[in-house]
Write a protein that binds this ligand. Structure first.
Ligand code: PBG
Length: 363
């Protein structure tokens, strides 16, 4: 029979016979243990956003097929002729970016007060969709539904006596969605904020055999100052003319409102929207988080032109390091609850992602 010896009788072997018990002393909790090395941080990282969750907006021009025209207020972003747009998208696809939002710059002479070029089946956007479809058959193509790039008055809807008409605009948006679906869009994305447009577009698409075309609704789109560089890129700002409102506050949401975003979201879901989007992104992370917790379907965030421009501008001045600031911003959208992030920095993000993960590119 072995005799039990109390460890105290062997002061050199301080091995206790049973684990210590009792309350832990203060300071035992050390969250820094899980921040010690990059593999550990990677293991416990809560938000992981692969390039497949990004949407790269692409600006298109008819100037010439191979054009690549830099946009002043968006360093690193250009308007692309159709050949060049395909080459640009193909390059993005090698980095695992698969989804593209296409925005056309319409020549001034094709713009009219009613924006009828929007539903010309041979307009720049429809030609682009057909070309993308042919050349990049496995890309996801998302098209903007709103009249502003096509309207000489620079509004998303039909303007009459200083007002943006709701129902007349919805009719135009249905025609616009239909030509885009016919050209081969995977998703139409109404960005206009007219009431009832999601349901009307859904009915129109379904009546014409496009049940498979999804609707990504700009559900909570705010009347924001952060769209400036985008409007300059497309020359689509509201016109300085008599009887034309200079802002979009009668249809885009008031930045002071959050509960109203829930109303918009409920309406969009009732009208059968497939994806809900919040725009801009960083100033509205509370809205993203709220929609995420209230609804089951996919939520998208649009990190818009002005948000991109701010970071680039500060970077150019040496005031901050633009690349990590951009990546942090994109990740913040996902952490707040966005499944999908629209970003002009998708290529930069994907390049960083592959550096981080040392992963083979998934094509
Ligand atoms: C047009 C539209 C806008 C943006 C996307 N679609 C501008 C606006 O509403 O005036 C802005 C995107 C950006 O700023 O990056 N309906």
């Amino acid at each position: 029979m072995t005799t039990f010896e109390h460890p105290a009788s062997h002061p050199d072997q301080a091995t206790p016979s049973s684990p210590p018990t009792g309350p832990l002393p203060p300071g035992t909790a050390r969250p820094r243990r899980l921040r010690r090395t990059e593999p550990i941080r990677g293991l416990v990282r809560e938000t992981v956003l692969p390039p497949s969750r990004l949407v790269l907006p692409i600006f298109l021009t008819d100037a010439n097929e191979n054009a690549r025209e830099p946009i002043d207020a968006m360093p690193g972003v250009s308007r692309h002729g159709l050949n060049d747009a395909i080459a640009f998208a193909r390059e993005a696809m090698t980095l695992g970016i698969r989804s593209f939002a296409l925005f056309p710059k319409i020549e001034a002479e094709k713009k009219t007060p009613d924006g009828a070029e929007a539903f010309n089946a041979d307009n720049l956007i429809c030609r682009a969709i057909r070309r993308f479809r042919e050349s990049l058959s496995d890309a996801c193509l998302i098209t903007d539904v709103a009249l502003d790039p096509f309207s000489s008055l620079g509004h998303d809807g039909v303007v009459e006596n200083g007002e943006i008409l709701n129902d007349a605009t919805v009719d135009a948006l249905c025609r616009q969605s239909l030509v885009q679906a016919e050209a081969g869009a995977d998703m139409v994305a109404p960005s206009d904020m007219m009431d009832g447009r999601v349901g009307a577009i859904r009915r129109t698409l379904d009546q014409h055999g496009f049940e498979h075309v999804a609707i990504l609704s700009y559900t909570a789109k705010y009347a924001s100052s952060f769209y400036g560089p985008f409007r300059a890129a497309l020359d689509s700002a509201p016109a300085a003319a008599h009887d034309v409102p200079r802002d979009k506050k009668t249809y885009q949401m008031d930045p002071a409102n959050a509960r109203e975003a829930m109303t918009e979201a409920r309406l969009d879901i009732d009208e059968s929207a497939d994806i809900l989007m919040v725009k801009p992104a960083l100033p509205y992370l509370d809205i993203i988080a709220w929609l995420r917790s209230a609804f089951d379907g996919p939520i998208a965030a649009y990190h818009v032109s002005g948000e991109y421009a701010m970071i680039k501008a500060a970077g150019e001045r040496g005031w901050l390091d633009a690349e990590p600031a951009m990546i942090e911003s994109i990740l913040a959208c996902a952490r707040a609850g966005a499944d999908i992030v629209f970003t002009y920095a998708a290529v930069e993000y994907a390049t960083w992602w592959h550096d981080q993960h040392g992963m083979p590119v998934n094509r």
